[in-house]
Design a binder for this molecule. Sequence first.
Ligand code: SAM
Length: 243
Amino acid sequence: MGHNNAGDTLREWRESALYWEKHSDIIRTMLGPLTQALIEEAGIGPGQSVLDVAGGAGEPSLTIARVVGLAGSVMCTDAVLEMVAAAENAAQQLGIKNIRFRQCTADSLPFENNSFDTVVSRLGAMFFPNPLLAIREMLRVIRPGGAISLTVWHKSEVNPFAYCVTDVMNRYIETPPADPDAPGAFRFAERGKLASVLTDAGARDVSEMLLKFRMEAPVSAEEFWNMRSETSETLRQKLGQLC
Ligand SMILES: C[S@@+](CC[C@H](N)C(=O)[O-])C[C@H]1O[C@@H](n2cnc3c(N)ncnc32)[C@H](O)[C@@H]1O
């Protein structure tokens, strides 16, 4: 997505929420390797209390809830109420009990200092209007020695999930280059950029890894297209212009 301001970003996510809920099973499968990497990097295990920031329609919260078990807990948060409601529905359907939900923005977390063992965010940090403030908040709410584990996209040109569709679309619709410092999917594509925000926020032992993974899900090309085009506000908008 290419965004201008915080209000636009949240409006776009609100409009996307029903599609993220509709396609949540495919997304869970496709992005499973990212969830596993977050869990492994943060050392998440049974009994831990984990905060998920920008948890969308419920991941990685739902998977982590199973990993931490009944002795642990997950707090799933998102700025968009419709996303939080989708996550709550999913937890109910899956019978997951050790999870709670809260609508809040990343830069103003409604939790006490030292409340969690770990904070995670899967594909969320690039959309925060003020990532430095958001990371400071994450550091405030984890206990001393706790971990923060984040995933963001690397460059779009090495990401066929992105370029297969956008390269074709750009042949027909003019797309101005994205402001590299505005909220958007590839804002932290440059290596070291997100890590330096963590360091500036006061995090210690910051490390970064490039995770190469295959996105796989048992879906037809048509199902893939429906999911891909519906969950992206930018694509929905561009496709609307082509009609
Ligand atoms: C790409 S989705 C990722 C959702 C989920 N973590 C996943 O991986 O399926 C980005 C999420 O960030 C949320 N978001 C955007 N800006 C936010 C903010 N300032 N604070 C918290 N969440 C935000 C959106 O509502 C959306 O659910």
